[in-house]
Ligand binder design. Sequence first.
Ligand SMILES: [Cu+2]
Length: 232
Amino acid sequence: MTCSRLLALCAAVLLPMAAMAESIEGEVNFTGKAPTPGKLHREADPYCAKKPMTDPAVLVKGGKLENVWVHVTKGAKDAASVPSSVVSMDQKDCMYTPRMTTAVVGQKIQAKNGDPVLHNVHTYMGASTLFNKGMPNEKAAPIETTAKDEGMMKWKCDVHPWMRGYIGISKNGLQAISSDSGSFKIDNVPPGKYTVEAWHEKYGTKTQEVTVEAGKPAKVIFKYDGTEKGGA
Ligand SMILES: [Cu+2]
């Protein structure tokens, strides 16, 4: 086989693989003055009161914003398969843990109680209740559910008003949560044109149009300045 024929063969095999596995990556900048997290008022429950905590709704470090759900809203096909892993939302030290995560439509979601006290898990999509169920203590059986609709699944506890959790649910699975350095990376994005939305629980949504080309990751920078409203 000649060198040129070999190269053509390699290109024919490798290029389609590369074309199927691009990424959308970037970061979420916070350009305003970072608010100082306020103390949570957890005194009403003696167990929760033992651990003083501050409000984790807005986490800014070095001008980067954590816990922003970045997801493709237009231009993508539904996920080819639903992840078999179960998305877990725990209740630990009277806080939802993790604060924010993601699921794909059809994926199993499980609520657990790691505390020796009653939590009443109340989940919403928009203003509609998804389920509302008490978990008396850490011996309570997990609550099993399935991600049904695209959107932000909000978690509240009817006993402890400061408790908040978020699961971003997507049909296409092209989504990520910004890390404590504000960075995010959405993998397995085929080349194409997309609308990408960022959602923060206090500052709401920002959108950008993004074109992903074969062979190079698309870079996206979102910016919040702290004057925005419209999250949870
Ligand atoms: Cu609770």
